[in-house]
Ligand binder design. Structure first.
Ligand code: VTB
Length: 334
């Protein structure tokens, strides 16, 4: 006779092993659908194509899923809205965070870095957050806990990180989104002598870059981007052991109220990485346009090629999956 513990272990097995390959299919389909509209200057159409494909694939999965990070709140997003039920209802209860097309502008302009991304964990594990901004800080693995802090001055964070890495501050590279709201932050980091890489969009990958410093050159992520992107990035970092903190920007009463309906009672709360994404997490991301993290979709004469990265928190395994798809007609129908 199986005990509750056995069942829990079994359920974990299902979530962790079987479903990780299923998630790859979901982001692959979303990426291919978006990539058909790559470089067409139509952000909305590309996003919609990714949303449709992702939703259709998610609904085939043997899960009892709830979207906790999605396309928006129920009244503003017809599909993959926060709270929407996905999956065929037969399997484990899971939380799902999606960004079917992270970097819609990048895709519309065929610029580097657009991805289709999602995360999944046991129900109650991923932060249920409104679609607002989030102030974030992130570093890769291998540093003492707490070496940087969201509430510390940029100069203190850069100096502490340089010391922990055993280099001078000017040898560090900081990634920040290129926005007017970051003028003071950029000026403060410049004073430290560190170099700054400015990105126009796509800060899920921007945060993940800190976990592959040897490849990307990025040591530290700083600044304000989307909250949904923050939860997705935290989920990926959980799997490889970086550090991240985030705080929702709830700067109007209306936003505070919206957050309250999602159970957020302290609007100023600083979330740790595990408070953003807890439990046994799986993250899958497929490249739409070429980028430093992933190659974009290739449409050949006989095959469609995709590149996907899958993270599992339980083992810390990261897999890159290069796929050749031959079901052209099926993909076309999607
Ligand atoms: C942020 C960022 C995303 O869009 O959500 C951004 O996290 C929107 O911020 O990665 P702005 O209002 O400043 O443009 C992305 O760059 C892409 O969705």
């Amino acid at each position: 006779m199986s005990t509750t513990t056995d069942l829990n272990v079994k359920q974990k097995d299902v979530i962790e092993r079987v479903l990780s390959m299923e998630l790859v299919r979901v982001t692959e389909r979303a990426a291919v659908s978006a990539a058909r509209l790559r470089g067409h200057g139509n952000e909305k159409a590309a996003d919609q194509a990714a949303v449709d494909a992702m939703r259709r694939e998610l609904n085939k999965l043997p899960i009892d899923g709830t979207i906790v990070i999605g396309e928006g709140e129920r009244d503003e997003a017809p599909m993959l809205f926060i709270g929407e039920k996905v999956g065929n209802g037969s399997g484990p209860k899971v939380d799902i965070a999606v960004d079917p097309l992270e970097g819609t502008t990048l895709c519309a302009k065929d610029m580097p870095g657009a991805i289709a991304v999602m995360a999944m964990a046991q129900a109650g594990s991923l932060l249920y957050a409104p679609d607002v901004y989030m102030d974030k800080i992130a570093i890769g693995p291998g540093y003492p806990e707490g070496v940087v802090d969201l509430d510390a001055a940029p100069i203190d964070n850069v100096n502490a990180l340089a010391k922990a890495k055993g280099v001078k501050p000017h040898e560090l590279n900081v990634l920040i989104m290129d926005r007017p709201r970051h003028a003071d932050l950029i000026a403060a980091v410049r004073k430290t002598g560190a170099s700054i890489r400015l990105i126009t969009d796509g800060d899920v990958a921007g945060v993940i870059f800190t976990t592959m410093q040897e490849k990307t050159g990025i040591d530290l992520y700083l600044g304000i981007g989307g909250a949904p992107e923050g939860v997705l990035a935290a989920a990926a970092l959980r799997c490889v052991g970086g550090q991240m903190q985030g705080r929702l920007i709830l700067d109007t009463q209306e936003k505070v109220e919206r957050a309250r309906t999602m159970g957020i009672t302290d609007p100023k709360r600083k979330y740790s990485m595990t408070e953003l994404a807890d439990g046994d997490v799986i993250v899958s991301a497929t490249g739409v346009t070429d980028g430093a993290l992933l190659a974009g979709v290739r449409f050949g004469r006989d095959v469609i090629e995709t590149e996907t990265i899958v993270y599992r928190s339980i083992t810390g395994t990261v897999r890159k999956i290069q796929a050749e798809h031959r079901e052209f007609e099926k993909f076309r129908l999607d």
